[in-house]
Design a protein around this ligand. Sequence first.
Ligand SMILES: [Zn+2]
Ligand SMILES: [Zn+2]
Length: 440
Amino acid sequence: MPASPRAVRHLALAACVGLPVLAQAQDFDKLIDARLPAVMPKVVAWRRDIHEHPELSFEEVRTAALVAAHLKSLGLEVTTGVGRTGVVGVLRGGKPGPVVALRADMDALPVTEQVDLPFRSRAKARWQGQDVGVMHACGHDNHVAILMGAAEVLAGLRAQVPGTVKFIFQPAEEGLGGAKAMVTDGALAAPTPSAIFGLHVWPNRVGTIAVKPGPFMAAAGNFHIVVKGRQTHGSSPWKGVDPIVVASQIVLGLQTIASRQVDVTYQPSVITIGAINGGNRSNIIPDSVVMQGTLRTFDDGMRADIAARIRRTAEDIARAGGATAIVTVDEGGLVTANDTSLTERMLPTLRRAAPAGVGAIPPVTGSEDFPVFTRDLPGIFFFLGVTPKDRDPLTAPANHSPLFFADEGALETGVRAMSALALDYLRNPLPPRKPGTAGG
Ligand SMILES: [Zn+2]
Ligand SMILES: [Zn+2]
């Protein structure tokens, strides 16, 4: 469809207004690029060091010490122990302006690394009563090194920085509530940022950036079902109530919620039962069965609706079999949604930062706790491609795999993007908005 004359006038006006802004942005780009050759070898070294010494959630003591020492050496105001092992650094620029935050998560996973690297992790730890290997299988080592690099770039430009940059190094992103712990401890308190940016390494072509306005990563919520029957001998089930058969029916019944009961054209949803425990012998019907599951949704109303359906389905199937089901559905996490107007505003910055290209991303049923930071301020969370050129991102081992591998060629794009987002936003911020009016 051809653009209307009015739309053409609007575009022409935007182009005229945009010219001086763009020139300034490109000036910032030159300043950033001039610092990268000195900073990038350090970023690569930090990333390898952190990769070789991964730490589980809320145990990021060594990583936090490395970060804090670096930020202090740059002359930033540094607070440690924010949200237990988190670190916050504040860089006050030489020119007046707003406050912007950049966030990196620091924790690793109970995964034994199988990638053959000179800096492969050999770390071990205790996790839920078991001895486990520890690996940066989600790539947070890259996030920490990139943000340390951006801090060095921006500290080197302090005199030209038009405002304040807050660096948030978060612990325990992997399901243990590190973002919430940091916010509770005042990570967003004075100086309070008016926008926040974060990134995640992802199986896409190395150095590319993928970003999407609006909701794109699911809210994750766990649920727990205890099916109570009545114990009896396996040879005479009619003398008791078999919770294993009832639990099996509940598993199948729950699958009809996403496939038969909610509007599949509105937003996707996933219900998975990941653990079933009950019984310990072939010929004894146990008293009860315990099930654990996860629910992924992209809309708060849909999440509440599905939670009610999970409860009803489990309770009523149990009742039909003469058993009872006790259902607990966690409040759950938040949907990761990029503020629409902020994404539009910062897209040119991301395009300039990523010569390999910027693309869109489809919704991801994985989840993040970044949206804890964006409850009261706009933010953008984007994916940085780390799949080597000779591999297919569709078949490359994904995040959390013991074979997950991040190509270091993406680090420079990450440092450039985070530095440029901070500078461009400070120069051209969004107008303030009322708390609680989340965008996207
Ligand atoms: Zn992860
Ligand atoms: Zn992650």
